[in-house]
Design a protein around this ligand. Structure first.
Ligand SMILES: Cc1ncc(COP(=O)(O)O)c(C=O)c1O
Length: 425
């Protein structure tokens, strides 16, 4: 049997982080900064991340903060983000997948890690080996954990959080089935119910519809808490709030812990009039450089399908990022104004339109009005740039709106061939 292999993240082979039984958990491969030749990269501002954690802590009051770092910390790179938050004193980390939890443990994260997805296959031993806290909601979860504790030694104890479906209709035990699950759980003295959680469907739906849905779900969750107490259980962590529920004006779902994800990365769901004031800073910048420049005559077609034709003699810059890097192709579709694509980037501190459709690896932008544009100028698709012509910021919300997406989608779509650079400005 070969020992576990630990390649660097830039390795050509996927990293094997568990091997020996039938299971091999593979760490996703990403481009690493040292492998970067192309000038395209995502820059993550770690001081903005710490700032956001402080702001969230203030909003959370007495509640513990469990940072949701699933999907590679919303595309930011989970190990580096978790390390930063852990040093800044975050109370715990929540991920969706067992694999994501294992990745963080093997990166040296010591904070409690909650695995929320609930699909553990036959890998319950892996949960225990990595000291992860599973979210559970059916009897099979208890059976699997009990089997794993037996295999690993009778003294092994394990904490779980029970998830209750209070109206999201996705994962969790229903309030009607909860007593039966608790009866079943009582047969497993080695398993401690340390948490009780639910998830809101409409925390970011402004207005009465959102209010009504939240009130209904909270009422069901309160009944669930009463049922759990009636079984003599006192879970330390009762939690429900994602970013929107934490920040929503006139609503308090902080309980013992909160589970913000997107707010950590600087995006406040809900328009400002519907939420408590909070100052968040965007953590992500996506930038590249001009790698080609050409002057085209009026009427010249640009890009696949020649969907854009120069309305005048124009200067077109080519930038090496495209939809395979996670930029939504829909930002380059033509708007009502035939002279402009809808998406913009920032060059020399000034906005320039994306013209022609986005290719897999390349974007074309009209820099006719960008005085002095030249090769190697920085081009920002997301984030802030100051330059000789001014300064501007493209927020994740703006890019999402332009593309007809949600901010979560934009963040998590930045693909793994884009190396992440971590900045401490
Ligand atoms: C169960 C659960 N809790 C918390 C979060 C964090 O949500 P947000 O990023 O909106 O703060 C998510 C993300 O979708 C989730 O699935």
């Amino acid at each position: 049997m070969s020992p576990p292999v630990a390649h660097r993240a830039s390795s050509v082979e996927p990293t094997v982080i568990s091997e020996g039984r039938s299971l091999r958990v593979l760490r996703p491969r990403r481009a690493a900064p040292e492998a970067a030749v192309r000038p395209t990269r995502a820059e993550i501002d770690l001081s903005a991340l710490r700032h956001n954690l402080r702001a969230i802590r203030r909003a959370a009051g007495q509640a513990r903060v469990w940072s949701v770092l699933k999907a590679d910390a919303y595309g930011h790179g989970a190990p580096a983000v978790a390390r930063t938050l852990e040093r800044a004193g975050v109370d715990g980390v929540a991920v969706a997948l067992l694999e994501e939890g294992v990745e963080l443990r093997s990166a040296g994260i010591r904070a409690p890690i909650l695995v929320m997805g609930g699909y553990y296959g036959d890998a319950y031993e892996e949960l225990l080996a990595s000291d992860l806290v599973p979210v559970v909601y059916h009897e099979g979860h208890f059976d699997g954990l009990a089997r794993a504790t037996r295999t690993r030694g009778l003294s092994e104890r394990v904490s779980v959080h029970i998830k209750v479906d209070t109206g999201m209709g996705r994962l969790g035990v229903s309030i009607d089935e909860l007593p039966r699950l608790l009866d079943y759980a009582a047969g497993f003295p080695q398993i401690t119910v340390d948490g009780l959680m639910t998830h809101f469907a409409c925390a970011d739906v402004a207005g009465d519809d959102g209010d009504a849905s939240l009130a209904e779900q909270m009422a069901v969750f309160e009944r669930a808490q009463a049922i759990v107490r009636a079984y003599g259980l006192a879970p330390r962590y009762v939690h429900a709030a994602n970013s929107a529920a934490l920040l929503r004006a006139g609503f308090d779902a902080r309980l013992a812990a909160v589970r913000p994800g997107i707010a950590l990365f600087g995006v406040a769901p809900l328009a400002s009039e519907h939420r408590a004031p909070i100052d968040l800073h965007q953590t992500l910048k996506l930038r590249s450089e001009i790698v080609a420049l050409r002057t085209v005559e009026e009427g010249a077609g640009i890009g696949y399908g020649s969907t854009w034709r120069a309305p005048r003699r124009s200067v077109i810059a080519t930038v090496p990022f495209g939809y395979a890097d996670g930029l939504p192709r829909s930002i380059s579709e033509r708007s009502a104004d035939p002279a402009r694509g809808r998406g913009e980037v920032i060059v020399r501190g000034k906005r320039a339109p994306i013209v022609g459709v986005l290719s897999m690896d390349l974007a074309t932008i009209d820099v006719t009005d960008i005085a002095g544009a030249r090769l190697r100028d920085e081009v920002v698709a997301l984030g802030h740039q100051r330059g000789p012509l001014g300064e501007s910021t493209i927020t994740i919300e703006e890019l999402a709106r332009t593309a007809g997406l949600i901010p979560w989608d934009v963040m998590t779509s930045i693909s793994r061939r884009v190396p992440r650079f971590y900045r401490e400005p």
